[in-house]
Design a protein around this ligand. Structure first.
Ligand SMILES: Cc1ncc(COP(=O)(O)O)c(C=O)c1O
Length: 356
């Protein structure tokens, strides 16, 4: 049976990328050696890293005064790396769910945290807007897409202090104005690569603003000065990341993938709104295009497990919602084809007919 992969992360990657990765495990770029058993300090791997850098720049229109680096440890490592490097006295955080709560907890090890806005009052079902940003903050931190609750900032906000964003689950899903951010980072295991690598896009002036002496591997400058190769980087995930960026370019780049993402999201949200058995869980204007959350409508709650089995029998994978929201979550990352969304919509329609 055909499977439709809606996993939240690690998640779907393009077939051509998986094929290239499989091939490289046996014979890396014609070297006659496996990608898994070469030194990272070879011209061949250095070329992979250089191409990943230049494709990232090209696809996201990253200005020249930004550096990109890759490191292990996932996005959760950045939760403490970032404040270790940049929180001298007080940082501002917008609390929009689990991932910002975790980031706030880590930041408190290094200084004061002011939660400048929060959607905690309504189970994180919206993105706070029009909040004041104090001028005395070392930085303002947001999570651009809330993977668990299914909310997303639909535009790049303005900030009078350096703006930092966790883009783990929506990087390269839409065009962004990189110049509005001082730092963009994320784990790569949604839109880019398998787990094991995170990316950092950092404005040059921040490199001179590290606020305390730090162990070598904690300091952002170590990664920039050594071109992500102070120690052994996650070679395999970086290779796959390069392949995904090549795929994205060949597909027409971020503008085209954004068009497709909006089309997929519009189709699924339209069905959620139309179908009498289901309802959405977040404010419509803040609906994520990546993580689409929905539950059974009022009075139909007892049908949830039946729908889960029904969908599973039709090939849907990974649609169980996070326990904090319940219901269902279809993660429609860049590599998720329209065909998968159509299959899920057909499944919801069929289920509705059965219960009409
Ligand atoms: C938005 C966001 N930030 C951070 C994380 C944590 O990432 P990692 O598991 O790489 O530490 C996740 C994981 O799903 C996420 O979705």
């Amino acid at each position: 049976m055909k499977k439709y992969n809606f996993n939240a992360g690690p998640s779907i990657l393009p077939d051509v990328v998986l094929e290239a990765a499989a091939k490289a495990i046996i014979d890396f770029d014609g070297t006659g050696l496996s990608l898994l058993s070469i030194s990272h300090r070879t011209p061949e791997f250095e070329a992979v890293l250089a191409e990943a850098d230049s494709l990232f720049r090209e696809l996201l229109n990253i200005p020249d005064n930004y550096k990109i680096y890759f490191m292990g440890g996932g996005a959760s490592t950045q939760f403490f790396h970032i404040p270790a490097n940049f929180l001298a006295k007080k940082a501002g955080y917008v609390n929009t769910g689990v991932w910002t709560k975790k980031a706030i907890k880590e930041a408190k090890f290094y200084g004061e945290v002011e939660v400048v806005a929060s959607s905690d009052d309504k189970n994180f079902s919206y993105i706070p807007k029009n909040f004041d940003i104090p001028k005395d903050l070392d930085y303002l931190y947001i999570c651009a897409n809330n993977t668990i609750f299914g909310t997303e900032y639909k535009c790049d906000i303005d900030s009078p202090v350096p703006l930092f964003a966790d883009m783990s689950s929506n990087i390269l899903s839409r065009p962004i104005d990189v110049s509005k951010y001082a730092l963009i980072y994320g784990g790569a295991q949604k839109n880019l690569a398998p787990a094991g690598v995170s990316f950092m896009i950092i404005r040059d002036d921040m490199l001179g603003k590290v606020v305390r002496p730090l162990p070598t591997m904690m300091n952002v400058n170590t990664y920039v000065e050594n071109n992500s190769m102070f120690n052994t980087p996650p070679v395999f995930p970086i290779y796959v990341l390069r392949e995904t960026l090549k795929w994205l370019k060949a597909e027409g780049g971020v503008a085209e993938i954004h068009r497709r993402n909006e089309e997929k999201a519009a189709k699924l949200y339209a069905e959620i709104d139309r179908n009498s058995l289901f309802r959405g869980t977040v404010a419509k204007e803040d609906r994520s295009s990546m993580n689409i959350c929905f539950v059974m409508s009022e009075g139909n709650e007892e049908l949830a497990s039946e729908f889960m089995s029904f969908a599973k029998e039709r090939g849907m994978v990974g649609i169980k919602g996070h326990r904090l929201v319940g219901g269902f979550r279809a993660s429609c990352y860049n590599a998720c084809p329209m065909e998968a969304v159509e299959a899920l919509v057909a499944c919801m329609q069929e289920f509705e007919k059965m219960h009409a």
